[in-house]
Design a binder for this molecule. Structure first.
Ligand code: MRU
Length: 346
């Protein structure tokens, strides 16, 4: 496994504090639901599948000291914890998927003593983590077949081990292609404002000896125009029923550029990232973050601090017509997406 992003050790959850990369690899112990909320909100743990796993452990941390003796009041505590965690970040559906799964499990076991339901909830969080690792390897294998030997891939943000239980989505495809003997090289968009591409993707690819070249976001068109990119490969935070999908701000621009240069554009995601309750991408809630993330860099103002506003949507929506294929643990989905997406989720 490329990295151990999130794990459970001796009564607490351990995460890599991703805000400190690439300078420092520091693990952080999370012992309360409040600490988990902050870790998610502040992007110490980030990336859709990793946020889902974190939410599952966070929910357990939120109810493990519940004094409830019977299910009705325990369920209220679970609901409160779930609502609280659900307020941390709105876009990645994996967070809500994991919370719903934990709540469903508790309801299924409503007849057993509360202390046993708590134990089952912890086991379910472990299962969500283990399944994520398995599905990222499976989707990596499905996607690796799409990449020719020698492929030069452009990726955006970080959809690697750091964004999941440890193997990645878009980067899992690259890891599995390399493990199968292909030579693959990567252009990593820096991904302003928070630089997940430069700080995280470059860090984990370099650590795994995969050739990686960092570029500023505004260089993507030019590297495509010069014939330096064979495919664009990104992750996803929420995929609607028709195949429109949210991912890190800048993804839509890349998809448009890929179309203009006739370069295949792939999005890799586990089934937990699909949200077929939403008909199309217009319905996906888009997180807006603080203006300071745009106005400041490395603790310094990069805009005049007065008389300037900043707009900071953390995600954008790529229309399905720009997507060549989705890569999932159950295989590759090509257009037309709507019927195939609902079939694969059954
Ligand atoms: O704001 P972040 O860093 O959580 O955004 C992450 C992304 O946009 C990833 O590309 C996405 O979650 C897919 S990761 C497997």
């Amino acid at each position: 496994m490329p990295v151990e992003t999130i794990s459970w050790k001796v009564n607490s959850c351990h995460i890599i504090d991703q805000t400190r990369l690439p300078e420092k690899l520091r693990y952080k112990k999370i012992q309360t639901i409040e600490e988990m909320w902050t870790a998610i909100r502040e992007l110490q743990v980030r990336g859709a599948p990793a946020i889902g796993i974190a939410a599952a452990y966070g929910l357990y941390l939120g109810i493990r000291d519940s004094q409830a003796r019977e299910f009705a009041s325990f369920e209220k505590d679970i609901e409160k914890a779930s609502k609280y965690l659900g307020s941390s970040r709105p876009t990645a559906v994996n967070l809500f998927w994991a919370l719903e799964r934990m709540k469903d499990l508790a309801r299924k076991h409503r007849e057993i003593p509360v202390r046993m339901i708590k134990q089952k909830l912890l086991e379910e969080a472990h299962l969500i983590l283990a399944e994520d690792i398995r599905s990222s390897i499976a989707l990596g294998d499905a996607g690796a077949e799409l990449l020719p030997d020698g492929a030069r891939i452009l990726t955006h943000c970080n959809a690697g081990g750091l964004a999941t239980g440890g193997y990645g989505t878009a980067l899992a495809v690259i890891y599995r292609a390399v493990e199968s003997g292909k030579k693959i090289s990567v252009f990593a968009d820096e991904t302003r404002p928070l630089l997940q591409g430069a700080r995280l993707t470059c860090w984990e690819l370099a650590m795994n000896n995969i050739p990686v070249t960092a570029i500023c976001d505004n260089m993507a068109a030019w590297v495509m125009a010069r014939g330096m990119v064979d495919a664009v490969l990104v992750g996803a935070d929420r995929i609607a029923a028709n195949g429109d999908f949210a991912n890190k701000i800048g993804t839509y621009g890349l998809a448009t550029l890929a179309k203009a240069h006739r370069i295949p554009f792939y999005a890799a995601a586990p089934l937990s990232t699909f949200d077929i309750s939403l008909e199309n991408g217009d319905l996906i809630p888009i997180e807006e973050r603080d203006a300071s993330e745009v106005m400041r860099l490395n603790g310094k103002n990069i805009c005049p601090s007065e008389g300037v506003a900043a707009f900071n949507p953390a995600f954008d929506v790529t229309p399905h017509r720009l997507v060549t294929a989705f890569i999932t643990e159950r295989g590759v989905i090509r257009p037309p997406f709507d019927s195939k997406i609902s079939r694969i989720l059954r």
